[in-house]
Design a protein around this ligand. Structure first.
Ligand SMILES: *Cc1c(COP(=O)(O)O)cnc(C)c1O
Length: 354
């Protein structure tokens, strides 16, 4: 019999398959290379003397620090519980019931899931085989679209969308829809940011996060960068105290000059391990393609995907299987970890016989 909760659940939620995050879908293992986290666990100071008080709506120290870091003004920043909350806020702020978001798969899964929880339709315009945008098809599917999500560097492919294509989409949806550029991995490809464009494009919003290069996935802190009018509209929808004091303190320390320089040092170490992994995978004969990556993860294709995936699990190493997604036949993704984690990963992969 259907439980009361099931009977009463909203229709669009009944059939919803929740996001299978790395942490939710896989347990165990001792080396986690499946969630694009940083391998570095850094130390922070916490002052607990004001925890009886509600935090500021948008803690000024944090907002100013992120605005400085991103090269925008403090009125062009909104802090949220991760970039994931920013995705949902954009949908709830801008999409009416009968309107759609547009996404370009293969891409990050949360855009479509967030839309579904809000009962908003998702129009999918797959990327071209070279992972560029299919602009002609985007144009053909423009009707009813209020929000376009573009991820660059793209998760899970690691590819970049050219500035020229981003401009074309901003123009295509001028006066019509918000174009949200997900820059979760931008520190790994800093020259690709479009943050300096927010003064020129009233329909541009950019998502950022401290979860990846800044090694703070555990605190849940992300940002939207956009012109003041977009930020004000989203500020109506975000809950009154989105950023807890402990989060504000830790995030502010991460964004101090010292914190940013530590992030850059760690980023260089990750890039070294990434180059090592890419080179090693290219030399393995059971792998037939290693995709170039502008990010902290590497996607590769192998006809032995299940065998190598299971072998790694057996050795306590978790990576991520994307092979059931459009255009990602036989594809597995490795998040780049520490030197020691890379040593362990490569020794298993090099000993493996398909
Ligand atoms: C990890 C990730 C996010 C989510 O970031 P949080 O700040 O941890 O919520 C958003 N977009 C992409 C593309 C990601 O890979």
């Amino acid at each position: 019999m259907m439980s009361l909760a099931e009977q009463l659940t909203r229709q669009n939620i009944k059939g919803l398959v929740p996001y299978a995050s790395a942490r939710r879908s896989m347990s165990g293992g001792s080396i986690w290379l499946n969630a694009n986290e940083s391998p570095f666990a850094n130390e922070y100071q916490l002052d607990c003397s004001v925890l009886n008080r509600y935090p500021d709506f948008q803690p000024a120290g944090l907002i100013n620090a992120y605005a400085d870091y991103a090269g925008v003004t403090n009125k062009q920043v909104l802090a949220s519980r991760g970039a994931d909350e920013a995705i949902e806020l954009l949908i709830r702020t801008f999409c009416e019931d009968n309107e759609s978001i547009m996404i370009c798969p293969p891409t990050y899964g949360m855009y479509a899931i967030s839309a579904e929880t809000c009962n908003i339709n998702t129009k999918k315009v797959p990327l071209n085989p070279d992972f560029s945008l299919n602009l002609a098809e985007m144009e053909n599917n423009k009707a009813d679209v209020k929000l376009v999500f573009i991820c660059t560097p793209n998760n899970p492919t690691g590819s970049l969308i050219s500035h020229q294509q981003i401009k074309a989409v901003l123009d295509m949806f001028k006066d019509k829809a918000i174009v949200a550029i997900d820059e979760a991995y931008i520190e790994f490809s800093p020259e690709s940011t479009v943050a300096s464009w927010i003064n020129d494009y009233p329909n541009l919003a950019i998502m950022r996060t401290l979860s990846k290069a800044f090694a703070l996935a555990g605190i849940r802190c992300g940002f939207t960068l956009a012109n003041q009018n977009i930020i004000e509209a989203m500020s109506k929808v975000i809950p009154p105290y989105p950023i807890s004091w402990p989060v504000a303190q830790i995030a502010s320390q991460a964004l101090s000059a010292q914190g940013i320089s530590r992030m850059q040092t760690q980023l260089e170490q990750i890039n070294e391990q990434k180059a090592r992994i890419a080179q090693a995978l290219t030399e393995l004969d059971y792998i037939y393609e290693v995709l170039p990556s502008a990010s902290n993860f590497i996607m590769f294709r192998t006809h032995a995907k299940k065998a190598i995936f299971d072998k790694l699990i057996e050795e306590g190493i978790l990576i991520r299987d994307y092979s059931s997604q459009v255009m990602l036949d036989n594809s597995l993704r490795i998040s780049v970890g520490s030197k020691e984690e890379t040593d362990a990963l490569l020794s298993v992969m090099q000993a493996f016989k398909a």
